[in-house]
Design a protein around this ligand. Structure first.
Ligand SMILES: [Zn+2]
Length: 236
């Protein structure tokens, strides 16, 4: 099977391709490297670079690195073919600004039977610089709001409290999520699930989980409840 066929799962190809930009570690080849320029990690052919983050690993020589848009990458590729002695000048104004106050936004439908047990569902409010954030992650948190809306429209009273959460500042270290976890712990709340939609606003096909093996087993127990709705991928 061709390798690319195995990479249909969201982020498999992205994860494999992004390391040069995110770690500042070039595959230098025989000539060494002075800097890193990568094609934006996106399928879209446009003028908007997907810049994302760069963190130098310990011991790695810190080379300047930047992502350019897919259109610019095609142009650069062509220019390199046409001019073997092409020289490139890079100038980068990226900087870390001081932190500022921001907020998670939460709406909830109170549980009728176990109100202190929670299911949180949502996405993150912030987006990455030049992008508009429609899929990362506007559509994700809208899906959370839709959960509450549908329950209300159908007049379903949930047993447990359901929260639509718009987590703030996910892109810079998941800080809104951590603040939410601290708040929840401080209030002695018990969450049976916290679900984030953050892989594009399309039809959900399943879940990934970063919890313990025990929690993963719990998730798998619910698989049959989801399958009639087309959610089948619980394997990661
Ligand atoms: Zn996201």
């Amino acid at each position: 099977m061709a390798q690319w066929i195995q990479l249909y799962k969201t982020f498999s190809a992205y994860g494999a391709a992004v390391s040069q930009r995110s770690s500042g570690e070039p595959q230098t080849g025989p000539h060494g490297a002075k800097a890193i320029i990568v094609r934006s990690m996106t399928q879209g052919l446009d003028d908007i670079p997907h810049t994302d983050s760069l963190r130098y690993k310990a011991g790695v020589k810190a080379l300047p690195a930047m992502a350019i848009s897919t259109k610019d990458a095609n142009l650069l590729s062509q220019l390199l073919k046409d001019q073997a002695d092409l020289r490139i000048y890079m100038e980068n104004y990226a900087e870390m600004l001081p932190e500022t106050q921001s907020y998670n936004v939460i709406g909830q439908l109170n549980g009728t039977f176990l109100p202190n047990e929670y299911i949180a569902v949502g996405g993150h409010l912030d987006s990455w610089d030049v992008g508009e954030g429609a899929h990362d992650d506007g559509s994700g948190y809208l899906q959370g709001i839709e959960v509450l809306k549908i329950f209300k429209l159908l007049n379903i009273k949930p047993k447990r409290t359901i929260r639509a959460v718009m987590w703030m500042n996910e892109e810079n270290g998941g800080k809104g999520g951590k603040a939410y976890a601290d708040m929840s712990k401080g209030r002695n709340e018990y969450h049976i699930a916290a679900i984030k939609s953050d892989r594009g606003g399309f039809v959900p096909r399943g879940f990934t989980s970063i919890g313990s093996a025990k929690l993963k087993q719990q998730l798998l127990k619910w698989k049959t409840l989801f399958e009639p709705y087309g959610l089948h991928d619980f394997d990661r």
